[in-house]
Design a protein around this ligand. Structure first.
Ligand SMILES: Cc1cc2nc3c(=O)[nH]c(=O)nc-3n(C[C@H](O)[C@H](O)[C@H](O)COP(=O)(O)O)c2cc1C
Length: 316
C-alpha cells in the first residue's frame, strides 16, 4: 500500500466510542478514528451525550480526532482548548453536514453558502493560534452545482489546515447520487495542504481503484462501507479478499455480540436494542445476509426478542 492513511468516518449515533473500541479490538486496520460531530455551544459539554465521545477513557489506545460543528469562532476556540487539554492532537471542523436543521443555522455544509463568512471564521480561529493542536477540515464541494469549487478552495488555501478531507458531493445531494470526481480532482491538484478522500468506498477494490486514480491522496475515510463490513479496513490494510462462508459469519457474529455486550453495559438492555437496530440497516447490505428478512429484528422490543431475531438472521 502507498502512504495513504485509513480513517473511520464520523457517523452520528453509529460510529460511537463503543463502535470504535469494538472495531479496533476485533479487526483494527484504522489509522485514525473521527468522533461524530460535537456541538460546543452547550454548557458543561463533557457531561452531555456528545461529550462522552470526548472522554479520554473512551478513546484509550486509539488515535482519535475530535470533530466539531460550529460557526462561532469563540466556541471553536474554547472547545479546542478543552480538546487540547484532554491530550488530543487534532480537531476536525465539520463543513460537510447536509442536514436541513444544521444548514439552516449556517453550520456544517451551510458554511459554504457564504464564503465571505467562512473566510472570516477561518481567519478568527487561525489568528494568534498558540497551541499545536492541528485543525483539519471535512468538507463538501458546495451547496449545489452552481457553486464553484475553485472559489471554495481559494479560501481553504489561505489557512494552515492540516488536512482537507473532501466528500465530493454537494449539500443538496445528501448521501446519494454520484460523487463528483472531477471536482475532487481539481482540489487534489490545487490544494496547498494534504487532501483526503471520502465517499462510497465499500470494498477493497473501490479503495484500490480510487488510490490508482489519485496516488498522492493523503487518506481515505470510510463510513457506511465499514459499518456494513467491519472487516473492510483490515481487508484493505492486509490485502485480503472478502469471504462469505459460514466461518466469516461466525467472525461477524462475534463482532456483533461484542458490540451488543458493550452497549448493554454502557446503556442498559432497552437502549441497546434500539442502538443495535440502527446497525442492521447497514449490516443487511453485507452479502453474508443476502436475502435475509430484517422483520424479527425490527419487531424486537426487548433484549431477549432481539437476541432471538439475531439467531434467526445468522443461522436460519
Ligand atoms: C447516519 C450518518 C451520520 C453521519 N454523521 C456525520 C458526522 O457526525 N460528521 C460528519 O462529518 N459526517 C457525518 N456523516 C457523513 C459521513 O462521515 C461520510 O461523509 C458519508 O457517509 C460518506 O462516506 P461513506 O460513503 O464512506 O459513508 C454521517 C453520515 C451518516 C449516513
Amino acid at each position: 500500500m502507498n502512504n495513504c492513511k485509513l480513517y473511520l468516518a464520523p457517523m452520528e449515533e453509529v460510529t460511537t466510542y463503543v463502535f470504535r473500541q469494538v472495531l479496533d479490538e476485533c479487526f483494527g486496520g484504522v489509522d485514525k478514528y473521527y468522533t461524530p460531530f460535537i456541538s460546543p455551544d452547550q454548557n458543561k459539554i463533557l457531561k452531555t451525550r456528545m461529550g462522552r465521545e470526548l472522554d479520554p477513557e473512551h478513546n484509550k489506545n486509539l488515535n482519535t480526532a475530535i470533530q466539531v460543528l460550529t460557526n462561532n469562532p469563540e466556541h471553536f476556540k474554547d472547545f479546542s482548548k478543552i480538546v487540547s487539554d484532554l491530550g488530543y492532537k487534532e480537531v476536525n471542523l465539520n463543513i460537510g453536514c447536509p442536514s436541513g436543521t444544521v444548514v439552516k443555522k449556517n453550520k456544517g455544509s451551510g458554511m459554504l453558502r457564504d464564503l465571505y463568512s467562512l473566510e472570516r471564521f477561518l481567519d478568527e480561529i487561525f489568528k494568534n493560534k498558540s497551541d499545536d493542536l492541528e485543525i483539519s477540515v471535512k468538507t463538501r464541494i458546495g451547496i449545489d452545482e452552481s457553486d464553484d469549487v475553485s472559489e471554495i478552495l481559494e479560501i481553504y488555501n489561505q489557512f494552515p489546515i492540516s488536512e482537507l478531507i473532501v466528500h465530493p458531493r454537494y449539500q443538496k445531494q445528501f448521501y446519494n447520487s454520484k460523487v463528483d470526481l472531477e471536482a475532487f480532482k481539481y482540489i487534489y491538484n490545487n490544494a496547498k495542504m494534504p487532501v483526503g478522500y471520502n465517499g462510497d468506498i465499500k470494498t477493497k477494490d473501490d479503495f484500490v481503484h480510487l488510490v490508482n486514480q489519485f496516488p498522492k491522496v493523503s487518506s481515505v475515510m470510510i463510513g457506511r462501507g465499514c459499518v456494513t463490513e467491519p472487516r473492510l479496513f483490515s481487508f484493505i490494510k492486509n490485502d485480503i479478499d472478502a469471504g462469505y462462508n459460514i466461518e466469516d459469519k461466525k467472525v461477524i457474529r462475534k463482532f456483533h455480540d461484542k458490540l451488543l455486550d458493550y452497549y448493554v453495559t454502557e446503556y442498559g438492555p432497552n437502549d441497546s436494542v434500539f442502538k443495535m437496530k440502527e446497525f442492521w440497516s447497514y449490516y443487511i447490505l453485507n452479502p453474508l445476509f443476502k436475502g435475509k428478512d430484517l422483520k424479527p429484528i425490527r419487531k424486537a422490543k426487548t433484549l431477549s426478542e432481539y437476541k432471538s431475531g439475531i439467531r434467526e438472521i445468522f443461522y436460519e
